[in-house]
Design a binder for this molecule. Structure first.
Ligand SMILES: Cc1cc2nc3c(=O)[nH]c(=O)nc-3n(C[C@H](O)[C@H](O)[C@H](O)COP(=O)(O)OP(=O)(O)OC[C@H]3O[C@@H](n4cnc5c(N)ncnc54)[C@H](O)[C@@H]3O)c2cc1C
Length: 509
């Protein structure tokens, strides 16, 4: 690895971060031919029809076809693809299942997409060490299914867990409903193996509790495919709790629901999940899922207790007491596993429900200190008026992780632009309140401008210096996650602050 240069040097802005750069047809053919030489016959896709499914991830508003898709089956083939692209100076965008919501796996126009979908084997479950060794293309839910015969499971549970891959989870440091109690991906991955663009194998972490030296494992988790391509992951498994029950509480005011969340944590309770949905979200979800939500409530909370029967009984009583004291207008407790799953089904289906009530929706992902939940919801209401768009709110409330779903119609002129600005203003508010511009979906291309708001030029230069140490040629997922100094300078001139567009006389791009 190289760590040359000074973090403030402007040449640390990689050349490939220019999204306008293109390749000649002859150069594209040369890349395809070299890849075909490195992989089996079915390992390279290059026709327009074959490339189309790879032109975006779950954030379909941003699209760009790659020049080719490489589908290796082994680590050696992954390395060959990387070395081929390195030799030809071609960018590489790693891809898992493509469920990302920040455009992280969206190709660069000159890039090869390196799909890890065929590295999809569970290499081993060790019930004694309570670990599983898996390839990156294994789906999140498959890990828990493989661990189930031993009474174990993998705790981080993104709502997309049926489809998203462990490699994608590592790259995004994904979370889920149960991460409040059991931690994010970074708390549940013990080690990874991966390859740099130069084909160098890197192993970070391992089976031991801690290791000497800098914690490069934590650095790699959440690095969005910018530092290395992950080819193997060692995850922690937990014993499945014998029982879980969920409390559903109604509030007549979103501010009170926010205060109830803070009261739970202040009482020393860490529920297995603590989620909130506002009335717009429950109204969209209920006809679709029939979860039994109180549609008269301004907001509902779902708080889960898990453990042994005695632990659950005690914690549920305590949760009920705190929620009542915080002004709950109605409380229901799941009486069976079926009912518990029904209560959760609405929350888990909130995104598809948004798709039923609006032609398009834009899912934001910011975090705030928990005490500000009510304040932010009121501010979002005012933004709905200002931007002329509706917004449903779904939260990992216990973590202060917001998921405002901005509803719009991309076929109506100007609506996507308004949704985009609406989202950026929410993120800016999160930063003002001491929060962050992403809780779990990553920065990708979507929030790259908001990074200019969250971090100073010196901090961003330090990020580039780290990127440069792993990927000195700037070939891995260029143009994502870290904005260049130039981009931030342009954004500073052009972006909407507190609803007002600076320099309204300037033409927009
Ligand atoms: C309906 C829905 C619900 C969702 N719910 C949640 C949720 O509750 N919590 C949450 O955190 N996210 C959620 N997501 C977002 C998404 O599922 C996660 O970000 C997930 O981790 C992405 O995994 P993936 O395999 O689809 O990765 P992709 O989308 O393919 O890639 C994501 C990023 O990871 C990089 N990458 C992928 N594989 C590798 C690898 N092997 N090595 C290096 N880099 C790699 C890519 O370059 C890209 O930058 C949701 C998405 C949808 C569509």
């Amino acid at each position: 690895m190289h760590a040359n240069g000074h973090p403030h040097d402007s040449h640390h802005e990689p050349a490939w971060s220019d999204p306008e750069r293109t390749l000649s047809p002859a150069a594209v053919s040369a890349v395809v031919e070299r890849l075909r030489g490195a992989l089996p016959a079915d390992g390279v896709l290059a026709s327009q029809e074959e490339l189309r499914p790879y032109e975006c991830d779950g954030l379909a508003a941003f699209r760009c076809p790659p020049i080719a898709v490489a589908l290796p089956r082994t680590e050696a083939e992954v390395r060959d693809v990387l070395l081929t692209c390195r030799a030809l100076d071609i960018p590489v965008v790693a891809r898992g299942a493509g469920t990302g919501l920040s455009g992280g796996a969206m190709p660069h126009p000159c890039s090869v997409v390196l799909s890890l979908a065929r590295l999809n084997r569970i290499l081993g479950v060790d019930p004694v060490a309570r670990t599983a060794r898996v390839q990156p293309g294994v789906r999140n839910l498959e890990v828990s299914e493989a661990a189930a015969p031993y009474g174990l499971y993998y705790a981080p549970d993104p709502s997309s867990q049926i489809a998203c891959t462990i490699g994608g989870n590592v790259a995004e440091n994904s979370g889920g409903v149960h991460c409040l109690k059991y931690g994010l991906t970074v708390h549940n991955v013990l080690g990874i193996r991966g390859y740099t663009i130069d084909g160098e194998m890197i192993e970070l972490g391992g089976g031991a509790l801690d290791g000497p030296g800098l914690d490069l494992l934590a650095l790699a988790i959440g690095s969005e495919g910018l530092l290395l391509v992950v080819t193997e992951v060692l995850v922690k498994l937990l014993p499945r709790p014998p029982l879980a029950r969920v409390v559903m509480a109604s509030y007549d005011d979103v501010g009170k629901a926010g205060e109830a969340v803070a009261a739970i944590i202040a009482a020393g309770i860490i529920p297995a999940g603590l989620e909130m949905m506002d009335r717009k979200a429950t109204a969209a979800v209920e006809p679709f899922v029939k979860a039994g939500y109180d549609l008269s409530a301004a907001a509902i909370l779902l708080a889960e207790a898990d453990g042994t029967a005695d632990e659950v009984t005690e914690e549920i009583q305590e949760i009920e007491r705190v929620l009542r004291n915080a002004g709950a207008t109605a409380i229901a407790v799941s009486g069976s596993e079926r009912e518990r799953l029904r209560f959760w089904s609405g929350r888990k289906n909130a995104f598809p429900a948004a798709g039923r009530v609006s032609p398009d929706y834009y899912c934001m992902d910011g975090t705030i200190p928990r005490k500000n939940v009510g304040h932010v919801l009121k501010a979002i209401e005012a933004m709905e008026e200002r931007y002329g768009l509706r917004c449903m709110n779904v939260f990992h409330a216990g973590d202060g992780n917001l998921h405002p779903l901005i509803l719009f119609d991309a076929n109506r002129s100007g609506e996507w632009d308004r949704a985009d600005h609406f989202g950026a203003e929410i993120l800016e508010l999160c930063v003002q309140l001491g929060g962050t511009i992403t809780g779990e979906h990553g920065v990708g291309i979507e929030k790259i401008n908001s990074m200019c708001v969250q971090f100073s030029p010196a901090e961003r230069a330090a990020f580039f210096a780290i990127k440069n140490a792993f990927d000195p040629h700037g070939l891995l997922n260029p143009g994502k996650a870290i904005p260049t100094l130039r981009r931030c300078a342009e954004y500073g001139k052009m972006h909407i602050r507190h609803g007002a567009l600076p320099h309204p006389d300037l033409p927009r791009f």
